[in-house]
Write a protein of this length. Structure first.
Length: 246
C-alpha cells in the first residue's frame, strides 16, 4: 500500500518535534496520517522544512493563529518552506484522489492567510489549540467523519488499485492496465481526482518508492534515478541524505 514520506527535516534542528499518528481503522482508506510539527521553544535560526511531492491533499492548521487554516497540496516538485523560529502546525494528510475538488478547491503549498471557505476549519483549529496532540486525535477524527458524511472526501477505487500494484507499475500503460481503464480514461480520472496527469502521478510514486526502498524498483538505472531525484527535490540523493532526515 502507498506509504508516502511527505516531508523531511533538517538534521541540524534537534529541537523540532515531528509526530505522525495513524487514523482510526474506519478512516484508513481516506486519511494517511495525522501530523504535528512543533518547536520546543524559539530556534536560534529560521527553520527550513522540505515538503516532498506525495500527491496527497492536506488540511493545515496553524496553531499560532487559529484563523489561518486551509486545504492545500504540492505539485510534482518539492518545496522548501521557511517556517521561522517558532511554529506549531497540525495537519491531516489525505490519501491521493480522495478529496473532491469540485466541492472545495485546494490551494498550492502552505496556507498563510485566514480561511474564508465554508468548512468548519477555524472552529476546529480553535479546539485544537486548547489541547495536546494526543487529545486532538478525536477532534481530527470528528472533522474527517463530517467531511466523509458531506461527500468532501470519498474513497478512490482507481488510486487504490494503483497503490495495491505499485511493485508491478513501471509505466503509464501499466497504471492504466491495473486500473482497468484506457489511457484516455485514466488521464481524465487522475486529473479530476488528484490534479495530476498520469505521467506526473507516476513521477511522484517513483520518487516516494525510491525514498523507502530500492531505487532500482522505480528507475531504469542509477543515472536516471539521480537525474529524476534532483529534478524533483533540487538535490542529488547524496546531498539530500546529508542535509535532511526522511
Amino acid at each position: 500500500m502507498y506509504n508516502p514520506k511527505g516531508n523531511s527535516r533538517e538534521k541540524t534542528a534537534k529541537s523540532v518535534s515531528f509526530v505522525e499518528t495513524e487514523p482510526p481503522e474506519h478512516l484508513r482508506g481516506i486519511v494517511h496520517r495525522f501530523l504535528e510539527l512543533d518547536t520546543k521553544g524559539a530556534l536560534p535560526d529560521d527553520y527550513r522544512f522540505h515538503a516532498l511531492p506525495d500527491a496527497c491533499t492536506y488540511i493545515v492548521f496553524d496553531q499560532l493563529n487559529p484563523q489561518v487554516t486551509g486545504v492545500t497540496k504540492l505539485r510534482a516538485s518539492s518545496e522548501e518552506l521557511n517556517l521561522g523560529r517558532i511554529f506549531r502546525y497540525i495537519n491531516i494528510r489525505f490519501l491521493p484522489g480522495v478529496w473532491q475538488n469540485a466541492l472545495e478547491q485546494v490551494s498550492y503549498g502552505m496556507i498563510d492567510s485566514p480561511y474564508t471557505g465554508d468548512l468548519p476549519l477555524i472552529p476546529t483549529n480553535q479546539s485544537l489549540v486548547k489541547q495536546d496532540f494526543a487529545a486532538n486525535q478525536s477532534v481530527l477524527t470528528a472533522l474527517v467523519e463530517g467531511l466523509v458524511e458531506q461527500g468532501f472526501v470519498v474513497s478512490n477505487p482507481v488510486t487504490e488499485r494503483i497503490f495495491n500494484h505499485l511493485d508491478s507499475i513501471y509505466s503509464v500503460a501499466d497504471m492504466a492496465e491495473v486500473s482497468n481503464l484506457s489511457p484516455r480514461q485514466l488521464q481524465r480520472t487522475l486529473k479530476r481526482t488528484t490534479g495530476f496527469t498520469p505521467h506526473d502521478f507516476l513521477k511522484v510514486l517513483r520518487l516516494q518508492q525510491a525514498l523507502i526502498g530500492d531505487p532500482s524498483l522505480s528507475y531504469a538505472d542509477q543515472s536516471h534515478f539521480i537525474h529524476s531525484f534532483r529534478k524533483a527535490t533540487g538535490y542529488t540523493p547524496g546531498k539530500y541524505a546529508k542535509k535532511f532526515d526522511v
